[in-house]
Write a protein that binds this ligand. Structure first.
Ligand SMILES: O=C(CO)COP(=O)(O)O
Length: 127
């Protein structure tokens, strides 16, 4: 099962803490991330993560393409709702394509655990 991890700059510390807490669970997935998020997570946890482009350079669109191809099963995207992003259209497109394909999506820390728990439940069912 493939899972995407993304965080805006203000939320990267939260995502790193989340990944440290849930590292054993995250290791069960094929992970992908936008460029800077991926590097920060790799540095902090050593998790094996496929890095796409940085978000403003097209990383959200690359993850959106994975969702459109149904090669990504869930997204944890800790958005910063208080800072304008230059690539807002890409972000909107990513959220939209998740809805189009019924892809589980968490956009804040409060729902990240819930999405990961549900994907783990599905993984356990597959085994
Ligand atoms: O901007 C992002 C998502 O919209 C995240 O990109 P980075 O992980 O490269 O910072």
């Amino acid at each position: 099962m493939r899972l995407a991890l993304i965080a805006h700059d203000e939320k990267k510390p939260d995502l790193i803490s989340f990944a440290e807490e849930r590292q054993a669970d995250l290791e069960r997935f094929e992970l992908m991330a936008t460029g800077t998020t991926g590097q920060r997570l790799i540095d902090a946890t050593g998790l094996d993560i496929e890095r796409k482009q940085s978000g403003p350079l097209g990383g959200d669109m690359q993850i959106g393409a994975e969702i459109a191809s149904e090669t990504c099963d869930g997204v944890i995207f800790l958005r910063d709702p208080l800072t304008a992003q230059p690539h807002e259209p890409d972000i909107s497109a990513l959220l939209r394509i998740c809805d189009v394909h019924q892809t589980p999506l968490a956009t804040n820390l409060a729902s990240a655990d819930a999405v990961l728990d549900e994907l783990i439940r599905q993984l356990d069912g597959e085994e």
